[in-house]
Design a binder for this molecule. Structure first.
Ligand code: NAD
Length: 349
């Protein structure tokens, strides 16, 4: 099936999709700007080895749209964008990130970027040499981005459990954290501190062993993760976790985590709803870093981690409350509310 680019852009309300190649570095980069209706568009730089170009285009569009929705739900006066750098063996990383910096500079502040999968402090430093429209990974920057995401995820999990059970008795709760990286390891540590039983899984054996050793959490093998009974399954690895097969295998009451685009499609959120699994929309629960980062860039304020977590928890509670009142899947309620806010601003702003 061919991928209808213009159909996708028009239907999704995108402002920009552009493709850029740099012969010197071998860089192939995509820039997607979903919306600047609420303010400048924020979105990280994802470096990933895609199977094909269609996959990269789909990813950049979906991620940019999710950023707009995250901003709208979290009441951050900003919009959504994403940059994708297609990784391959011959890529000159240093020069490629400089090229990305030039792409941002050309957009003169309409797009503001930051870290994402494949882009950490070192890479951000290379980008910053060419533009100021990217997160400063040093002490002059917003700081504690992953900590804010993790704190938001824990607050969102708490809100989901309170929604189901009326109150949260952490010692009775088992959480399986998928992906023990920057965010997942912090989520695991905080949940354990609260008294929950924490299980962890990571495809990187060394990382799994390191986190398990440091925190004393039990590990689950990647092949058994979906069959492992738990109260909460917390995807903190990559997106695309819930698809036709995993939908049927889920043995948890709640799915709530930091990964972007956890559902392969919104329909999978309907499927979880039908099966009685409470899915906390990622556009609500994974906004911690965005709240801290965008607030800092827009106002200079470093919001305390606890305040960021409280905002995420409140947004999650409100979406789940409305979803229950409407007997609708939370993902539908969250997406509709985000679109409503963007459209309202588009008309009045
Ligand atoms: P990370 O790269 O530090 O950690 C991801 C971990 O997941 C790695 O240890 C990796 O080995 C593991 N992993 C990959 N595939 C897996 C699989 N199939 N099963 C189990 N483990 C697997 O990334 P991070 O910064 O912790 O971010 C985690 C997720 O949260 C990403 O999807 C990211 O886009 C999203 N996110 C992160 C932030 C943030 O502040 N860092 C903000 C919003 C969203």
């Amino acid at each position: 099936m061919t991928f209808e680019i213009f159909e996708q852009l028009e239907r999704g309300g995108f402002e920009e999709l552009s493709a850029h190649s740099d012969r010197r570095s071998g860089a192939r980069a995509l820039v997607a700007v979903h919306s600047t209706a609420l303010g400048p568009a924020f979105g990280g730089i994802r470096r990933w080895r895609y199977l094909d170009e269609d996959g990269a285009v789909r990813d950049v569009l979906r991620l940019a749209q999710a950023m707009t929705y995250k901003c709208a739900l979290a009441s951050v006066p900003a919009g959504g964008a994403k940059l994708v750098l297609m990784d391959h063996a011959g890529l000159d990383l240093e020069r490629a990130y400089e090229f990305v910096g030039e792409l941002l500079e050309q957009r003169a502040g309409r797009v503001f970027s930051g870290p994402d999968v494949g882009t950490g402090e070192r890479e951000l430093g290379l980008v910053r040499a060419h533009t100021r429209f990217v997160t400063d990974p040093g002490p002059a920057g917003p700081g504690e981005l992953s900590a804010c995401t993790a704190a938001g995820v824990v607050a969102g999990i708490g809100a989901a459990l309170e929604h189901l059970d009326g109150l949260v008795r952490w010692p009775d709760i088992t959480v399986l954290v998928q992906g023990l990286g920057e965010v997942g390891a912090r989520v695991a540590r905080e949940l354990q501190r609260l008294g929950a039983r924490v299980l962890g899984v990571d495809v990187d054996d060394q990382r799994a062993a390191g986190v398990s050793g440091a925190l004393g959490i039990e590990l689950v093998s990647p092949s058994a993760q979906f069959e492992t009974p738990c109260d909460v399954f917390a995807p903190c690895a990559l997106g695309g976790v819930v698809h036709d097969l995993t939908l049927l295998r889920a043995r948890c009451r709640v799915i709530a985590g930091a990964a972007n685009n956890i559902l392969v499609s919104t329909e999978h959120g309907d499927g979880l709803h039908e099966r009685g699994v409470l899915y906390v929309p990622d556009i609500a629960i994974s906004a911690g870093a965005l709240i801290r980062g965008a607030t800092f860039e827009l106002t200079g304020e470093r919001m305390p981690v606890a305040a960021v977590a409280a905002r995420v928890g409140a947004v999650v509670s409100e979406i789940l409350r409305r979803a229950r009142a409407e007997r609708a899947p939370p993902v539908r309620v969250a997406e509709r509310e985000a679109r409503r806010r963007v459209e309202l601003q588009g008309r009045t702003g």
